[in-house]
Design a protein around this ligand. Structure first.
Ligand code: IMP
Ligand code: MG
Length: 176
């Protein structure tokens, strides 16, 4: 494993993450056995998690798309006004859609995505997030598949950034 730099404190090791992602992959595979799954990854934080997650699926007909919402400015405080910055390319009408996000914090990003997708005549909509910070929640959002619940901490690594840095760490760590 790459060393954890001194300004960070290790929270989840690559091995802990791997086991959790495998578990989620198994569960989702079971639930979507007879369904034509359309996974929608949320740029950019979810990309690392997503690429590991889909390789743990045994769903040969799964399709993949992306969306991007912005709720954060250059700092680490949510503005509470998420906007769609990039929409998906595939038509989700009549599809079984699973949104994959890195972390649910206030819930505003997820809420925005859920509201937008629910207006698109999907066959079903479920949500998956690697991390959740329930203490920070301002709007209630359903998380059907969740990796880890964490305290009110700012974390980086495994796709998660601090001002765009730190996404490439194979672990998840807390900013000291
Ligand atoms: P929400 O709209 O407040 O739920 O914010 C969710 C988004 O904020 C996530 O998709 C992340 O991009 C970002 N975010 C929230 N908490 C963290 C964190 O601890 N580390 C890195 N990004 C975070
Ligand atoms: Mg994000």
């Amino acid at each position: 494993m790459k060393d954890v730099p001194p300004h960070l404190e290790l929270l989840f090791t690559p091995e802990q993450i791997r086991q959790k992602v495998e578990e989620l992959g198994r569960q989702i595979t079971q639930d979507y056995q007879d369904k034509n799954l359309l996974v929608v990854g949320i740029l950019r934080g979810a990309t690392v998690f997503l690429s590991d997650l889909i390789r743990n699926f045994d769903l040969p007909d799964m399709e993949l798309d992306y969306m991007a919402v912005s709720s954060y400015g250059p700092g680490t405080v949510s503005s509470g006004q998420p906007k769609i910055k990039k929409d998906m390319s595939l038509n989700p009408e009549g599809r079984h859609v699973l949104i994959v996000e890195d972390i649910v914090d206030t819930g505003y990003s997820f809420k925005t995505l859920i509201d937008i997708l629910q207006a698109r005549s999907l066959a079903s909509l479920k949500t998956c997030a690697l991390l959740s910070k329930p203490a920070r929640r301002e709007v209630e959002v359903p998380i059907d598949y969740l990796g880890f619940t964490i305290e009110n901490l700012y974390v980086v690594g495994y796709g998660l950034d601090s001002e765009q840095k730190g996404r490439g760490y194979p672990f998840i760590a807390v900013q000291k």
